[in-house]
Design a protein around this ligand. Sequence first.
Ligand code: FAD
Length: 295
Amino acid sequence: MRNLYPVRSPRQRRGIRSRKGRITSNEVYLPIEARIEEIIRETPEIKTFLLSPREPLEFKAGQFVQLTVPGVGEAPFTPSSSPHEKETLEVTVMKVGRVTEALHKLKKGQKVGLRGPYGTGYPLDEFKGKEILIVGGGVGLAPLRSLFLTLLHDIDRYKEILLCYGARTPKDLIYKKGLRKWGEEERVELRITVDKGDRKWRGRVGLVTTLLNNLTLDLKKSIAIVCGPPIMMKFTTLKLIDLGYSPKNTYLSMERNMSCGLGQCGHCMIGRYYVCKDGPVFKYSQIKEVPNPFV
Ligand SMILES: Cc1cc2nc3c(=O)[nH]c(=O)nc-3n(C[C@H](O)[C@H](O)[C@H](O)COP(=O)(O)OP(=O)(O)OC[C@H]3O[C@@H](n4cnc5c(N)ncnc54)[C@H](O)[C@@H]3O)c2cc1C
């Protein structure tokens, strides 16, 4: 049987490029093998997969990887675990179509393909000494979890973190155990809301933007980071700007259909930017002039 995951040198994995920056070998598109060590069912539609790649894969919070289900296809996902965990990584996947449905059918012990990491990640140096507002909607909390755990690892570098998270209903909240612990961390405030409560729910009810009322942060200086479905990103960003956040201090994790992941094919362009290469993390100031950036 053909070896699905041949071993390659680090240089081959990064891609051999011509002087003009074009990828000149196909090796770079070959995934490495990763074993599914554990599967956590977060909600009926969302699962977190703990993966152990055969070769170490270092990433920065906000970067993404391409996961392959052999015989089905590949799709981009942002690791949701801390980059400080070197042996394993977690990805949190919402079931929406072909690849994600196939992923949800896999069992512990089965293998997937993994290539990357790609993209830029969050510029942590720019966050030093500042108050940080993180706003997540639905499965958009996945990349933000990786960021949050990264910030928590060196919490003394930052002034304060306010994490705001919204889901449709209490059943749609992900990382329930983690959330409880995060709220108890020093210098961290956690605000959670659901669009619609149920009989047991005693927390806030309302859209995630309602969590941005009564902010006590220094709006002109603090950093805001947003990730979620397009409609949530749009209204959250507009509200942040309305409140006084600068577009330069407002970071968005953008999603676009992508194919190569390496800035070669052009599938994922927003204006002049490749989401896969220049993003997926962008400052709002970079993309605000693009027509319909949130579509
Ligand atoms: C940089 C980046 C990071 C990402 N990180 C994550 C992550 O951490 N977790 C995660 O769950 N997803 C993430 N996504 C989205 C994920 O890549 C897509 O959900 C996936 O490609 C869908 O593939 P599919 O074959 O299952 O669906 P397809 O068969 O391609 O699509 C089926 C249908 O679902 C719709 N659809 C596709 N994507 C979405 C979506 N995101 N939400 C709702 N409807 C959709 C399509 O329009 C289509 O109608 C990320 C995307 C990008 C670009």
